[in-house]
Design a protein around this ligand. Structure first.
Ligand code: MG
Ligand code: MG
Length: 259
């Protein structure tokens, strides 16, 4: 698992990343008040297997789901279950797939019905912070430049930038080196080189940055109980401008037609 991926490897990661985007769009179609997170998980698993791939998270470290479904004050790693989504909720859906031996990994935070304005703004800005992180992920920069961009933008609104969980390299393993924190100092950390594949994934809290792990051993929750957002893309470091392998286009298309 070298840090620099070959063209062939990048194409395989792209196929997996695109399948994650399509799976999240399939989930988007079904998200509505009354649906359980377990049902969304079954929809995702079936969709992935129908596309000759396997869920990337299921069984990873013992995780039971195809998706991580994290509702409201849950940040990440929520286990799909009996919870019925309701009007006013947000749910961060993180999905991984493995196909041809390579992973894709992407996440999107969805709204259910009418959501508070300040929460909608949190989602919009978290997604924007991901774009800023991607803009910093160019050859010659360092890992700290990505985190700096995300942190500076999000903290300017008083949001909490989660420290305990980070982005990562991606390839034939779901989590490879380097770690990609959503905070950092400019010009510090590992140098970014063309061909590195990274999953960049800001986890941003409306309130304070502190989180804890629930007694289920997985779910990460904000300590102050305020909502949290999560958006994740897989990218290739290039000269001048990173290339995004995953996509929210399929999701945006579904959401546009739903509203
Ligand atoms: Mg993920
Ligand atoms: Mg990830």
């Amino acid at each position: 698992m070298g840090l620099i991926k070959s063209t062939e490897e990048i194409e395989l990661i792209r196929i997996s990343s695109l399948l994650v985007g399509k799976t999240l769009a399939e989930v988007a179609k079904h998200i509505q008040p009354g649906i359980t997170t377990a049902k969304l998980d079954r929809i995702a698993e079936e969709f992935i297997r129908d596309h000759d791939a396997i869920p990337g998270f299921k069984g990873y470290g013992g995780f039971p789901g195809t998706l991580c479904t994290s509702v409201n004050n849950q940040v990440v790693h929520g286990i799909p279950g009996k919870y019925e989504l309701k009007d006013g909720d947000i749910v961060s859906v993180d999905c991984g797939v493995k196909k041809n031996g390579y992973f894709g990994d992407s996440a999107f935070t969805f709204t259910i019905g009418e959501v508070d304005e300040e929460v909608l703004t949190l989602l919009k800005r978290t997604r924007e912070s991901l774009n800023l992180g991607i803009e910093a992920a160019v050859a010659g920069n360092r890992v700290g430049d990505i985190g700096f961009s995300i942190q500076q933008y999000c903290e300017s609104f008083g949001y909490g930038v989660v420290r305990d969980l980070v982005g990562h390299g991606l390839g034939s393993e779901l989590h490879e080196k380097p770690e990609v924190p959503n905070f950092g100092r400019r010009g510090t950390g590992k140098e970014l080189k063309e061909g590195m594949v990274l999953a960049i994934e800001p986890m941003i809290n409306l309130g304070k940055k502190k989180v804890y792990q629930a007694s289920d051993g997985w779910t990460i929750i904000t300590e102050d109980g305020k909502p949290s957002a999560h958006f994740e893309h897989d990218i290739v470091v290039r000269k001048g401008k990173a290339e995004i392998l995953s996509t929210f286009d399929f999701i945006d298309e579904i959401l546009k037609n739903k509203n």
